[in-house]
Design a protein around this ligand. Structure first.
Ligand code: NIG
Ligand code: FE
Length: 412
């Protein structure tokens, strides 16, 4: 993990949504009830918050005073992206509009195509492609971001992508983590079980020994890996001391959400086809249901059972799934807007699902995700007298200022 260092300052604002005060991950009624300060203030030193409370109690002199039309919230934590990648696949988007399916395109396009593009690019080309994207994420409010492998498709290729992810994390102003998506697509010319064995016996231990991974992920799908492979990857992750994450029930139902929850995975992601058993398992465990509404929107996919998940008590997160195939969307405000309009999430639920809960999923909740004394001064000044303006105005950039560790590093 790579973390920024910080600065000193203070602000007062008509509305500060701190998001603190509830056990994490937030679930049920607590999801949509973040702590709110009217006429609130923040102060920070060395990049960490030293005061969060009423403006009347702020000791600091000459704080920044924000207008009535500005809301302060914790920085967005994007816990599911497929950076680093190299190149776009807009032609596949167009082909899908013309009637071809994602599964069909997987043969000559899809993940294997992104793997080829990555393999053919130099490290410097990949970083030069990705860094402006990460900076653009900062401008639209992402102050912590998860990167993934999964376009390496060989032991060496995956390790290279993980090293590139670590380097990208060092260059980015955000806090960055890396997930080893060891089983994403089957490399050409190798039997599936043999690849899973290689991933479990060589790749995961090697990545862990080199400190390249903060979690391990697997794509469970009919075009990718199955529940038996999930068991193997879960065991290898446990042996390496790394949290498990699962791409679950995205294109079709496989029972992966249920099994991910039973295995104590940190997240089960996508969940478009999660069934009642999956919902029940997620509600009774500690696995975050990490929803990716931008990919659902762009794929014209089935909407996950969002209200069932919330009502049953499952903890919820939202992320972009930023990748060149299913979700070329890097903006958390856009993902939140789609999550509200398409999934029926309420604005404050979406805010906690984009800050406190994903910080918990990445194991960063001791320092990120809410505005509380001792945590890093990562916050956003948003246009609008309430957070609901973010989902209400999709396409409008609401982020006036992005602060990381108390320093203004982005915005418009
Ligand atoms: O999360 N589902 C698998 N992986 C990605 C898509 C990757 C790609 O198409 O390049 C996803 O949607
Ligand atoms: Fe994904």
């Amino acid at each position: 993990m790579t973390e920024p260092s910080g600065d000193v300052g203070a602000l007062v604002a008509p509305l500060v949504i701190t998001g603190g005060g509830a056990p994490l991950p937030r679930r049920g009624d607590e999801l949509g009830r973040p702590a709110v300060l009217r006429d609130g203030a923040l102060a920070w030193e060395d990049g960490a918050l030293t005061y969060v409370g009423p403006a009347s109690g702020l000791g600091a002199s000459a704080p920044m005073r924000l207008a009535d039309t500005v809301t302060v919230v914790p920085g967005f934590v994007d816990a599911h992206t497929h950076l680093p990648f190299f190149g776009w696949r807009a032609d596949e988007f167009e082909a899908r509009l013309a009637g071809r399916s994602y599964r069909e395109l997987h043969a000559d396009g899809g993940i294997p195509r992104s793997a080829r593009l990555l393999a053919e690019a130099s490290d410097e080309q990949v970083l030069a492609f990705c860094l402006p994207l990460v900076r653009e994420m900062l401008d639209v409010g992402t102050t912590a971001v998860e990167f993934k492998t999964g376009y390496g498709l060989s032991v060496e290729g995956e390790l290279r992508q993980a090293r590139l992810a670590r380097r990208l994390g060092e260059l980015a102003p955000q806090t960055c983590t890396v997930t080893l998506l060891a089983c994403h697509a089957l490399p050409e010319g190798i039997d599936r079980r043999r690849w899973v064995r290689l991933a479990c016996e060589e790749l995961i231990p090697a990545a862990s020994a080199e400190g390249l991974a903060d979690a391990v992920d697997i794509y469970v799908e009919d075009i990718a890996f199955d529940l038996e492979d999930l068991e193997s990857v879960a065991t290898a992750a446990r042996l390496a001391g790394l949290p498990l994450r699962v791409h679950a029930d995205q294109l079709g139902p496989s029972g992966a959400a249920r099994r991910a929850a039973q295995l104590g995975a940190r997240t089960a992601d996508h969940l478009n086809h999660a069934d009642a058993d999956g919902v029940r398992a997620l509600a009774s465990g500690t696995t975050l249901a990490l929803l990716l509404p931008a990919s659902t929107f762009l794929m014209g996919a089935q909407v996950p059972p969002l209200r069932e998940l919330i009502d049953a008590g499952a903890p919820i997160g939202i992320a972009t799934d930023f990748n060149p195939g299913t979700s070329p969307v890097l903006s958390m405000p856009e993902a939140i807007a789609i999550g509200c309009a398409l999934y029926g999430m309420m604005p404050y639920e979406a805010l906690m699902a984009s800050t406190a809960n994903p910080a918990w999923a990445l194991g960063l909740d001791d320092r990120l995700g809410t505005l509380e004394v001792g945590k890093r001064a990562d916050f956003l000044c948003l246009e609008g007298d309430d957070f609901r303006h973010v989902p209400y105005r999709p396409g409008h950039d609401p982020v006036l200022h992005t602060f990381v560790a108390g320093r203004r590093v982005g915005g418009r």
